[in-house]
Design a protein around this ligand. Sequence first.
Ligand SMILES: Cc1cc2nc3c(=O)[nH]c(=O)nc-3n(C[C@H](O)[C@H](O)[C@H](O)COP(=O)(O)OP(=O)(O)OC[C@H]3O[C@@H](n4cnc5c(N)ncnc54)[C@H](O)[C@@H]3O)c2cc1C
Length: 600
Amino acid sequence: MTHHDLHSDFVVVGGGLAGVCAAVAAARNGARVILVQDRSVLGGNASSEIRMHVVGADVHGRRPGARESGLIEEFRLEDACRNPQRSYAQWDLLLYEKVMAEPNVTLLLDTDCTGCAIETVDGLRCIRSVTAVRQSTEDTFTLHAPLFADCSGDGRLGVEAGAEFTMGREAKADFGEDLALDVADRHTLGSSIMFTARRHGTPQPFETPAWARPFDATAFRLRPIEGYDYGYWWLEWGGQHDTLKDNPAIRHELLRIALGVWGYVKNSGRYPESAPWALDWIGALPGKRESRRFLGPHVLTQQELQAGTVFPDTVAYGGWPLDLHPPEGIDAPNEPPCRHILLPHLYGIPLRALCSRNVGNLFFAGRNISATHVAFASTRVMATCAVMGQAIGTAAALGRNATDGPIAAHFTGAALQQLQQRLLRDDAFLPGIRHEDSADLARGARVTASSETALGPAAQVTDGWTRELRSDFGPWADGNTHRWESATLPATLTLTWTEPVQIAEIHLTFDSGFTRELTLSASEAANRRIIRGPQPELVRDFELLLDGVVVAQVAGNRLRKRVQRLPQAQHARELTLRVSATHGIDHARVFEIRVYSTAS
Ligand SMILES: Cc1cc2nc3c(=O)[nH]c(=O)nc-3n(C[C@H](O)[C@H](O)[C@H](O)COP(=O)(O)OP(=O)(O)OC[C@H]3O[C@@H](n4cnc5c(N)ncnc54)[C@H](O)[C@@H]3O)c2cc1C
């Protein structure tokens, strides 16, 4: 073995969507990051190894407008354009490209976090370094940093650091949750093995292996077999066991179940339309829904989610239903495979649920955050995990010079406000929190447009909100569109200042169609609602002019958030955005323009 000592500002363990977003956000905000991922691909349960589609607060498009912005939107928009064929390998590569594009990130693939060194300062545990091993190259690593994040799902770093955690389902008495059990237990949601199948032109026989589980119709009374292309998420099992220690046995049983169900589909005679379908891919790894949940200064609860709580330290949000499953999965044939309890509003996720309560410099994001089992049933979905990741990555970048002490305590007052405002600048959405960045010169400009509609007055581009605030989002949502909408194309929007201002960077936030779902899904049924290509609302071709002179020309834009840095700062009294084309609609839609005098 060869040993390496590496130094950075922030070490992230786990390269699922939470870890990828944490690493990219921290790097883009100036921190040097090491991302440690035990697999050869990034994406965790969203990767080609497991193939779960990423969902979130818009509930598969059933809560229009609530789709997550920020990094996950950037990834989804690019994936839709570059991967219309819906290849999971392409999605893996997009995540890889996003990470590799950050000069501040050192990516250690095929590398396991195996431990850490701890020091106790004033009674508080602090991680000083992480140990990691890459068996394939016979390398070991000591990774030094002031701040660390456990985004590993299972929580290996946290447990090595002695971070307090819980596992299983609480009792009603623990947090007053009426969806909790009468008596607590150690059970979790189960794991699943996904598969995909392909339609051929001829009948495709399937020989059910002798070791597959036998099934009869009673198993499917509450688990209907609809479609053949994308397995069945309810092929779930193992929550009554230890999803960590018993994982090999769970995998074997899940393979038996998956092959047995497919054998039933193909050979029971009940599904004759399945004749031309053949298995194409079957997962080798169980997709794990739940294992450890760490304890932070705050534990999110059912009541907070159902009340749509917005916390003073909200840094992320969710909105997926409370999605509870019987731990026995398919072995509970008389229970529905899930209970979906819809949430009336979006809810905030406080930074205090993303930090350890007893390890001062440890963040979490993903399925292992500080939430009860019932609250976790909503927070666990991957777009929610991604926005948590962006939040802690940004916090790590801003807090990397904080002195020893609980990191959550560092983010109060001005530091907290700075974090929330930075997240908004980077296109995150925080329920009830408006853009109030005093450095944004656009806020002092007069806004006019070549045309505007009643729904989209031009002045809304500087009103501090970057999406339509539909009233079902929460009591703080005013129902306004918060965007400029021109009547026709081409169209211009102009910001005018009374005195010339120095302009180095212009931020534009376009409409990317939050009224629709947008995700990569192997399911044909889910994909019917999704546009795999540029989103039609997006501004495609535009120019920026300072005092009438073109300073930037963009053709073929397909992103929601664009940051245009000028080659050098210039003084001007007037900034004009001239939109000549969109990807489909007949008018321009812009949510926000920001103007900064220095480059970020
Ligand atoms: C069958 C199934 C269906 C689901 N359905 C959906 C759905 O439709 N949509 C949705 O959004 N969510 C769904 N979920 C939930 C979601 O997939 C998880 O909650 C989510 O993956 C959590 O993200 P994460 O980044 O925390 O963890 P993960 O996606 O598990 O990523 C963690 C990563 O860390 C790595 N890692 C672990 N230990 C170490 C270590 N010691 N060192 C280095 N790396 C390590 C892992 O290999 C993994 O790549 C489903 C889950 C399952 C299992």
